[in-house]
Design a protein around this ligand. Structure first.
Ligand SMILES: Nc1ncnc2c1ncn2[C@@H]1O[C@H](COP(=O)(O)OP(=O)(O)O)[C@@H](O)[C@H]1O
Ligand SMILES: [Mg+2]
Length: 509
């Protein structure tokens, strides 16, 4: 009949007789195994007095003969012993660390019960006499812990503003006005909309605004809407409960809104946001709360929005591709980042700031722009704006033998950049500048466009080589699925050199 004692024995009562035998042997050998392999074993009675202690254990605590310990309180024999607690509560302490005057011991303590389930004593095993035995476990644990700390630190680092207003170079009236507006935007908490062509410094401004705002010591989290597939955007924004969708991380996912709590969420290329998600975003901006995908959890997030786009947002609204209500919600403080061609007077200081940055970024050298180089820079239309200017200078610096950058050193790269935008005008402009044409400095996009209309110019040797090399490297990389090391080996080029050239030519890997 299942009585108290049986229920103490879990559900073993119904075991067939033969199994009962196995069970008895299991219990018996369990004790023997522990006894044999542990560093020490002892048993106490219901009053926590030592009933039995093995030789090794007794010796460790200074009893040459185990008999001397019998009948003594457990704490007298083993200081810090918790056997009395086990006897009193009837509950095991499965794993614990016992401090001793030597090495600490890893111990386990189990109550002993009679048939009626009454605690009649306890048995204690010292599993290891050195924590060393647990070293693999501990080191695994502490490695995981270290990794977690490092990841958190680097994330926190990454979420701090990288640029300040000081990083925004330019003293042209257009630049000063942009900085003035951005500084004002930093003082308030309403949404900011940054409009402007690609490469005009919208991301830089977003960082600067966050960094100068009262949210500066909270995270700045960026979502590049154009870079994430539509199907993943919702999860990216709002997160998902564990297993909420096929392929979801088993542990679920924290959305960018939640990560940015207290700080700033920078929505880059917001013009690319799918309409359905625009509706959800608008609701979150109004309610300041949302539910991660597949969860019943309401998340409140206090987030300041900075949105940017190079698209013509009002035109998208007219075309029905951007919700008017979301546009009005975002269009509170709107800042237009002017294209580079409208602030040619900034080019010199921008170029020097970029060259300075390039030399501190490990390329060394103190670069100087020759007069004709500056004139060439000012004659280009810069459809890619400051980003294009930076890429151009980076390429010229990498492949130039001299620290004095002249128009000849720049021309091939401006030509390559121009060609990728469908104009091969730059060599003509370069020739013009190199020839010392007085008007060249004043020449702008108009000159470039006019030159483009002429018959295709004979490309220079450097130009042709650069075009060939870029294509050659691109093909090698493609053949190796973008593996730089593999591609370098395949074409017999040093890996570092290939990396440099990839950066110099702006090859997408
Ligand atoms: N006014 C500026 N002063 C210094 N660097 C700038 C400036 N504007 C843009 N840049 C640089 O040009 C590149 C592109 O800027 P970014 O902010 O990413 O442009 P956008 O987001 O508008 O495409 C970055 O390397 C950035 O540091
Ligand atoms: Mg950008």
């Amino acid at each position: 009949m299942p009585g108290d004692a049986d229920s103490m024995m879990n559900d073993w009562a119904g075991l067939p007789a033969t199994y009962g035998d196995v069970l008895r042997r299991a219990m018996d050998s369990l004790f023997r195994t522990f006894e044999n392999f542990s560093e020490g074993t002892f048993i106490v009675d219901a009053d926590a007095r030592v009933v039995w202690i093995n030789k090794r254990y007794a010796a460790r605590f200074g009893f040459a003969d185990p008999q001397q310990a019998i009948g003594l309180d457990c704490e007298t024999v083993i200081p810090n012993s918790l056997m009395r607690e086990v006897v009193n509560t009837g509950k095991p302490i499965l794993l614990d660390i016992l401090e001793t005057d030597r090495e600490p011991l890893v111990v386990t303590r189990l109550p002993l019960k009679d048939d009626a389930g009454t605690t009649i004593g306890a048995v204690g095993f010292a599993l290891f006499d050195e924590l060393k035995a647990l070293t693999p476990l501990f080191s695994h644990y502490s490695r995981v812990q270290q990794e977690l700390i490092a990841t958190r630190q680097s994330l926190a680092q990454a979420r701090r503003a990288k640029y300040t207003f000081a990083s925004f170079v330019g003293t042209s009236p257009a630049s000063l006005e942009v900085k003035r507006q951005a500084r004002r935007a930093a003082q308030v908490d309403s949404p900011v909309l940054l409009l402007g062509e690609t490469g005009t410094g919208k991301e830089l401004l977003a960082h600067a605004i966050h960094g100068a705002s009262s949210r500066a010591d909270k995270p700045l989290v960026t979502v590049n809407v154009a870079a994430i597939p539509d199907t993943l955007l919702e999860v990216e924004f709002f997160g998902a409960a564990p297993g909420a969708y096929t392929g979801a991380d088993r542990k679920g996912r924290v959305g960018k809104f939640e990560l940015a709590d207290g700080g700033t969420l920078f929505l880059d290329e917001i013009g690319d946001m799918p309409l359905a998600l625009q509706g959800k975003l608008l609701r979150v901006l109004q309610d300041r709360e949302f539910e991660p995908l597949g969860s019943n959890r309401i998340v409140r997030a206090d987030v300041r929005i900075i949105a940017a786009t190079s698209a013509d947002l009002p035109a998208l609204v007219t075309a029905g591709r951007f919700r008017a209500d979301l546009f009005y919600r975002l269009n509170v403080l709107t800042i237009h980042a002017p294209p580079l061609r409208e602030r040619l007077s900034d080019i010199e200081s921008l170029a020097y700031a970029i060259l300075e940055d390039l030399s501190t970024a490990g390329r060394g050298g103190h670069f100087e722009l020759q007069e004709d180089a500056l004139r060439l820079l000012c004659s280009h239309a810069w459809p890619g704006n400051v980003r294009e200017l930076r890429n151009t200078l980076e390429r010229a610096v990498m492949l130039s033998d001299s620290e004095r950058i002249d128009a000849r050193a720049l021309a091939p790269f401006i030509a390559v950049a121009g060609a990728s935008h469908g104009a091969s005008a730059a060599p003509a402009a370069a020739a013009n500048v190199a020839a010392g044409g007085r008007d060249a400095a004043a020449a702008t996009a108009t000159a470039t466009a006019a030159a483009a209309a002429e018959a295709p110019a004979q490309p220079s040797w450097a130009d042709a080589m650069a075009t060939f090399e870029k294509r050659f490297l691109g093909e090698a990389l493609e053949a190796c699925d973008g593996h730089v090391a593999a591609a370098a080996a395949r074409i017999g080029m040093g890996r570092a050199t290939l990396y440099k050239k990839i950066a110099a030519y702006g090859i997408e890997v």
